[in-house]
Design a binder for this molecule. Structure first.
Ligand code: URP
Ligand code: ZN
Ligand code: ZN
Ligand code: ZN
Length: 482
């Protein structure tokens, strides 16, 4: 059934213009004037934008002795209600577990998804088997490998392992991702803080200062440069990390940075709240920072030194957060945001003039589609692209309330936020997936999106690295090979 979206203003990463959009068979088939279909969506007064892509979610994630409470069903329902039509989740092999086996488990969990999805593969341990399985993972449509430089004793990998894995990524045309915090220093600071009687959620912030993030970001960039591979830094929260990325990019390195909507809008004062539950619900890594760091992140998005706004959606209930009563190191790390990312970014970004509408589309959809090598199937309003479309009403308002959210948890870190600018209708794969408060996409209707290796940036970088690779000097007058 063909749907004509009529009377709206198409807003893409590089252009805003008036046109109708015709979708059929899951794709955009035509853009023009006076189009008609079997069904019409009136988009007058609204913006017609590519569906949001959230490249950083943890749905039903096994972590810190529990599982995050939004699964692929409730998580993608929240995503669609918030204008996000594709999520990329992290597949986390257990220690010594086969990557391919872990991938099968994640496919199993994602069978419930209502929106399209992909996975990043995490390198949670290192060995011959991991090295050998990485090509098979790439063959199965995954071109990104995540490395945790923090969570010592659990997910953390060391520099030698990262260097080996990054080199393997370079060979495979894949891209490494890093959670950049110095995990050794964090672990020591945690023990010191506990010993000094700092047991509450505020100590989570004290244990992860911006310097540990800056150092790790610099280290990951150096390792990626030596391996000759692009690098994507997840949840960039501070100026130190942003500065490292900015400097690397100015030096010609292919480094990308992803701030989260939480770090852009919520600050470290949240951890000082007298209510333990309130503060613990906001515990995530890296922690929220101060205004200076927030300003740096906004500036990075405006100037292009940071490219993507994600959520790191990893939702734990208040009951789960209470595992850490009396010991902040046991509070499950993570916050939600899938339903709120677009509305909060529009309100705090576009309505304030910090971002243009086109920059908004770039950082919520188009840039990451290019980085993950799924553009223009995703992230574009073009004939042939998947019909993942948001009809966005800039005049619509709502107060964010946990009581009315799609997420399964009992609170929302944006509780009380007055949003202006909301998704009104969301199409996923050419069908109305969300309309005026109701998620219509069925459980299980989402599809796995394969992401091929050797993205343009990988090819450009490997070409350059090959050109400037060390070569032996040919000398005369001495025996060959000496
Ligand atoms: O605190 C966080 N961010 N939890 C999710 C896991 C991670 O580090 O991304
Ligand atoms: Zn038809
Ligand atoms: Zn992380
Ligand atoms: Zn994460």
């Amino acid at each position: 059934m063909a749907i004509a979206i009529k009377g709206g203003t198409i807003v893409t990463a590089d252009l805003s213009y008036q046109a109708d959009v015709l979708v059929d068979g899951g794709r955009i088939v035509e853009i023009g004037s006076d189009l008609s279909g079997d069904e019409t969506i009136d988009a007058s007064g609204a913006y017609v934008m590519p569906g949001g892509i959230d490249p950083h979610t943890h749905l039903e994630m096994p972590f810190m002795g529990t599982f995050s409470s939004d699964d692929f069903d409730t998580g993608t329902a929240a995503a669609l209600a918030g204008g996000t039509t594709m999520v990329v989740d992290f597949c986390l092999p257990a220690p010594n577990q086969s990557l391919v086996e872990a991938l099968q488990e994640w496919h199993q969990k994602a069978g419930k998804a209502r929106a399209d999805y992909s996975f990043h593969m995490a390198i949670t341990w290192w060995g011959r088997q991991v090295f050998d399985e990485m090509p098979e993972v790439v063959r199965r449509g995954i071109n990104t490998f995540k490395h945790f430089m923090a969570y010592k004793g659990a997910l953390m990998v060391n520099d030698d392992e990262m260097f080996a894995s990054f080199q393997r990524c370079a060979e495979l045309g894949a891209m490494p991702l890093v959670h950049a915090e110095n995990g050794d220093v964090v672990a020591s600071l945690q023990q010191k803080l506990l010993a000094e009687g700092n047991r509450g959620p505020e100590a989570h912030g004290y244990s992860r200062p911006t310097q540990v993030e800056g150092e790790a970001t610099n280290r990951a960039i150096m390792i990626a440069d030596q391996a000759g591979v692009p690098l994507y830094v997840v949840h960039v929260s501070c100026e130190e990390s942003h500065e490292a990325i900015r400097r690397a990019r100015q030096a010609g390195m292919r480094v990308f940075g992803e701030p989260l909507i939480q770090h852009l809008t919520l600050d470290e004062g949240e951890y000082l709240n007298a209510d333990w539950d309130y503060a613990a619900r906001r515990v995530m890594s890296p922690p929220f920072r101060n205004r200076k760091h927030q300003d740096s992140l906004w500036a990075g998005l405006a100037s292009g030194s940071l490219q993507v706004v994600a959520t790191d959606h990893c939702a734990f209930t208040t009951e789960q957060k209470r595992f850490g009563l009396g010991d902040f190191t046991k509070i499950p790390n993570g916050t939600g945001g899938l339903e709120d990312r677009l509305a909060v970014l529009w309100t705090k970004g576009v309505n304030t003039g910090r971002l243009t509408k086109n920059e908004f589309v770039a950082v919520t959809s188009t840039n990451i589609a290019k980085i993950l090598n799924v553009y223009p199937r995703k992230g574009a309003i073009l004939p042939g692209a998947d019909a993942d479309i948001v009809v966005f009403d800039p005049a619509a308002t709502k107060t964010i309330r946990a009581a009315s959210q799609k997420s399964a948890i009992d609170y929302n870190v944006f509780e009380g936020f007055e949003a202006k600018g909301l998704p009104k209708i969301v199409l996923s794969g050419g069908k109305v997936a969300y309309r005026d408060g109701d998620v219509r996409a069925e459980t299980g209707s989402g599809r796995f999106v394969e992401r091929p290796a050797n993205a343009p940036v990988n090819k450009a970088l490997s070409t350059w690295k090959e050109l400037v690779a060390p070569r032996p000097v040919e000398r005369s007058g001495i025996p060959a090979g000496v």
